[in-house]
Design a protein around this ligand. Structure first.
Ligand SMILES: Cc1cc2nc3c(=O)[nH]c(=O)nc-3n(C[C@H](O)[C@H](O)[C@H](O)COP(=O)(O)OP(=O)(O)OC[C@H]3O[C@@H](n4cnc5c(N)ncnc54)[C@H](O)[C@@H]3O)c2cc1C
Length: 311
């Protein structure tokens, strides 16, 4: 890896860095190079240089939706853990109530902060782990709504290293994806609304309790493994968990990876599991659901493998 890409930049660079172990699955290999930029300027320079030199670039969020292959990943993995990328700023003037959160900010902590202040807008994210950047990238959400419902704008770095801000009117937040074309999300501004803090806290608690009663939140997982596929006849999404359950796969185990008995769309891992166990189980589930229901499942979990293009 040419050190010329980053040696003059204000970054912390670690070679052969643990990566899989830092994800919510807690399994998988290492990053050839993990870089934590300390400034936005140096991050933009690094992105531009990676593009010009054809160096694969991946952005790590909270690792809550990520499976890293056992052999690890090549190129550069960026982590937005420096203080500048974890900042949260409020703008409360008269009718205006917005929050600008940088991409490395922890979303559950941010939700706690706005809830304490009696600011409504992102309670639909209760119980969803991740950083602001990863939450935006995946348009995380569920029964109660998605993050896109509250977004006023998103600031990104283009491949060429330019900072661009997209207003909500230019953004499309769809089921677990957005139309953001750029490799790095740097920050997002959220519309919030002052409300009764007690009622808001109760709402957040209610949403969290609902999630806890239906999903194995205490186990190691990456949340829902597959997207809910569209039934071509009804043109409606069918819960992937229902299809996996109907294919008789609840509790199915390969090595240290199992289909959760509580929610069949969660693959949970035991200590000693490998990423390969999870990948084999993914392949088995896809095949069995196709054989049983004729529907093709697509992974919601992002899989990083060596020598595959990042992001
Ligand atoms: C227990 C559990 C429950 C969950 N429940 C839900 C749920 O109810 N609803 C839901 O939608 N999800 C759920 N998830 C999945 C996960 O919380 C979301 O997908 C979340 O958005 C992941 O964010 P992250 O920061 O951890 O991203 P990561 O897992 O680190 O990365 C995911 C993707 O986002 C990209 N990315 C991350 N940060 C950036 C950035 N700054 N710029 C550009 N790209 C970036 C990564 O490159 C990768 O492609 C759950 C996960 C767990 C473990």
């Amino acid at each position: 890896m040419p050190a010329a890409l980053f040696s003059d930049l204000d970054v912390q660079a670690t070679t052969d860095a643990p990566l899989g172990a830092t994800t919510w699955y807690g399994i998988g290999g290492r990053a050839d190079l993990l870089i934590k930029p300390n400034t936005i300027e140096d991050l933009t320079t690094l992105v531009k240089r990676c593009d010009r030199s054809g160096t694969p670039l991946r952005v790590l969020g909270g690792g809550a939706n990520l499976l890293v292959a056992d052999e690890g990943v090549d190129g550069i993995v960026i982590s937005l853990d420096s203080p500048v990328f974890r900042e949260i700023k409020y703008n409360r003037q008269g009718e205006i109530n917005t929050m600008r959160a940088y991409a490395g900010a922890d979303m559950p902590k941010t939700l706690m902060d706005v809830t304490r202040q009696g600011l409504a807008g992102i309670s639909q994210l209760a119980g969803i782990p991740g950083q602001v950047g990863g939450i935006i990238k995946m348009n995380a959400g569920g029964t109660y709504g998605c993050v896109g419902d509250a977004v006023a704008s998103v600031t990104c770095i283009t491949k060429r290293g330019e900072l661009v801000t997209y207003p909500a009117s230019e953004l499309r937040f769809e089921y677990r994806k957005t139309n953001i074309p750029d490799p790095v999300i740097v920050a997002a501004t959220f519309n919030l609304e002052p409300t009764d803090p007690i009622a808001l806290r109760d709402k957040v608690k209610e949403i969290f309790a609902f999630k806890k009663s239906t999903q194995p939140l205490a186990d190691s997982s990456a949340g829902c493994t597959f997207k809910n596929p569209i039934n071509p006849v009804t043109e409606e999404r069918v819960p992937a968990g229902k299809l996996i359950d109907e294919a008789g796969l609840k509790g199915q185990t390969i090595g240290g990876a199992s289909v959760s008995t509580q929610h069949a769309n969660f693959i949970v891992t035991q200590p000693g599991a490998t990423a390969d166990d999870v990948m084999q189980l993914l392949a088995l589930i896809k095949q069995r659901v196709f054989d049983h229901a004729g529907l093709e499942l697509q992974t919601e979990v992002v899989i990083w493998k060596r020598e595959e293009e990042g992001i």
